[in-house]
Design a protein around this ligand. Structure first.
Ligand code: 13P
Length: 251
């Protein structure tokens, strides 16, 4: 049995105080979701301290949304993997399409971040996904394969065993236009096949692959019902505790 995970990506939303309230709301409802569903909240750096105790008490894991590509030193404005891990975060989202697009993150940058994250014991939630024009040109399989080969294939089997993958088609993020459950299943199965080429079928079979992109309480059940979809990486709907929890109940 693969792990089932529902992870929120709060992006650059909420003040720390509002984030603490949001976490409280999620924690209060956590007992209503199936016990085998793991909840993760991906919060801004500034919020980790404010949510970590309540999250730990409720059995909710905390994730950062990024980390620096250097260990420490004169990198004004950056936040290191060590800083994040020392606050008790367990995960770090890496390779989100917004980071790739707005901050020019390449596979080369991501490989450095991955290495530093693993050194600090953080488990990456690695995001892949194609843009609209790539999907329309039928290139989505090639794009996703490249994003995996250029980053994930550099990991050791032990590192790979800790990774979570999130497939997030860029055209579905924040657009209200979700991939169909069939589209999600098709590419999740493809991702698992690519992972199996490098790490073997057994390891690939254990890897949680989450779907992200306009996942809401109304469409989560259909998407999560697919064999190779192991949960979701949720943006907008993770900012409303009841919606986030409703998604976690959708398995
Ligand atoms: P939305 O759920 O708002 O479409 O965002 C998805 C996402 O980017 C999660 O990382």
């Amino acid at each position: 049995m693969r792990r089932k995970i529902v992870a929120g990506n709060w992006k650059m939303n909420t003040t720390p105080a509002e984030g603490a309230e949001l976490l409280k709301g999620v924690a209060a409802l956590k007992s209503t979701i199936p016990a085998d569903v793991e909840l993760i909240v991906g919060v801004p750096f500034t919020h980790i301290c404010c949510v970590k105790d309540a999250a730990a008490a409720a059995g909710i894991a905390v994730s950062a949304q990024n980390c620096a590509d250097h260990e420490s030193g004169a990198y004004t404005g950056e936040v290191s993997a060590k800083m994040i891990a020392s606050l008790g975060a367990k995960y770090v989202i890496l390779g989100h399409s917004e980071r790739r697009e707005y901050y020019g993150e390449t596979s080369q940058t991501l490989n450095k971040k991955m290495a530093l994250a693993y050194e600090q014991g953080l488990a990456p939630i690695y995001c892949v996904g194609e843009k609209l024009d790539e999907r329309e040109a039928g290139k989505h399989f090639d794009v996703v394969r490249r994003q995996i080969e250029e980053v994930v294939f550099h990991l050791t089997p032990e590192q790979f065993g800790k990774m979570v993958i999130a497939y997030e088609p860029v055209w579905a993020i924040g657009t209200g236009k979700t991939a169909t459950a069939e589209q999600a299943q098709e590419i999740h199965a493809f991702i698992r096949k690519v992972l199996a080429e490098k790490f073997g079928a057994a390891a690939a079979d254990q890897t949680p692959i989450l779907y992200g992109g306009s996942c809401k309480p109304g469409n989560a059940a259909e998407i999560f019902s697919k064999t190779d979809v192991d949960g979701g990486l949720i943006g907008g709907a993770s900012l409303v505790a009841a919606d986030f929890i409703a998604i976690a109940k959708a398995f």
